[in-house]
Design a protein around this ligand. Sequence first.
Ligand code: 4AD
Ligand code: MG
Length: 451
Amino acid sequence: PTAKVIKIKDSTEHRERRVKIQGWVHHLRREGKKLLFIQLRDGTGYLQCVLTNLLSSTYEAITLTTESSVTLFGKVMELPPGSHHKAPGDHELIVDYWELICGAPSGGTYYILDKKSNVDFQLDNRHIVIRGTNTSKNLKAASLVTQLIREHHLDRGYMEVHPPCIVQTKTESSLFDSNKIGSSLFELQYYGKKAYLTQSSQLYLESVIAALGDVFCIQKSFRAGKFRTSYHLSEFTHIEAEFPFITFKNLLEKIEDLVVSVCDRITNPNNPLGQLVFEINPDFRTPRRPFKRMSYTEVIQYLKDNNIKKINGTFYTLEDDIPESAERTMINKINEPILVCRFPKGVKPFYTKKCSDDPQLTESVDLLMPGVGEILGASMRIDNYDELIKAFIEKEIEPSTYYWYSDQRKFGSCAHGGYGLGLERFLMWILNLDQICDACLYPRILDRYKP
Ligand code: 4AD
Ligand code: MG
């Protein structure tokens, strides 16, 4: 009989019908000489497949290895109740004919997955490692979360745009790098001229609000900071949004809305993919609104009260840029999301708007999450032309290359602000991951750009 080509996720819909499924041998178990159980993987799921009559292709069946690609034909059958072999979905494929597409060295991914201790070896072989159950789960969750983030922004009526990655504006190292560790720009040749990989699409988004209103982008950002931590990538996925005619208070609400709405979409029982998040992190739940708010001044006080000091043994002051490690100690102790507000102007980039009640402080905010630290940075932007030019000069930046950015303040300026969320850091929090590399397909970290 003819067989319909199906994907594993749809197999239960084809109960008692003959189907054709193609995929990779995830696990293999032989029982005696005539019975072979294949756990087949096709990216959409796993299906137990039983090969009973192996006589027609005995040799291939004996030499079949995990990670081989195969075509299987057979009937989808419900497992009898109380069946002794467990199969996910309680269905299995009773194979009546099969073909090997391409074999694999014996041992499959396991010869790599076993060597858990050697991180570099694992990363060198990430193209194999990603086939493993845990890593592919993380990648699927990343896909799901990205989709929900996009859905959230579109549902709110924000327009998606695609700003450039190759940019001309050279900035001083601390422009988007409040930690001031080394130069944070990757330089490249652009038809014989110097260009850079973007650190943030914010400035472009600001220029678009007068055309499209509320806007967002999901775009790679690049940071050349020489970090070797569990939290830093040289290339990360940046979700940024920019909103005209808002106040700082509105901005804080939009940040809470983003986090809570994406979490609610994950936990929504109508979203079957949300199950996956619970499989990876059973403790996942939506945080409650409003999030705890702390001013930078209160953070300094908290660090003092809790005896968290600088390496030189003294306490942090308002002049200091609090390092991420101290921030992380605090957030892990408090153990709930915190919006840290009103950073001193010295630790924030040139474009950050000053507080009207204290020009030494800015209308800026970082969102800290337990276990991860900062996952989002946001601020209101200077919207007055003269004030912006003054800010360029204060930070020793040549304003002329930013003509297109400053022009915005000449042609109908308005109060505006926005945020940037690091997707991989957000995933670390959602999935409770220790390493940012686990939230990333092919991580770019210090010195690594393979595979
Ligand atoms: O705090 P950052 O540098 O803020 C900006 O770039 C603003 N221009 C955003 C905006 O207002 N549109 O970066 C925002 C977020 C951080 O909170 C962090 O989650 C992530 O981007 N991020 C990184 N993630 C991984 N590795 C790195 N090296 C990162 N640097 C920033
Ligand atoms: Mg930041």
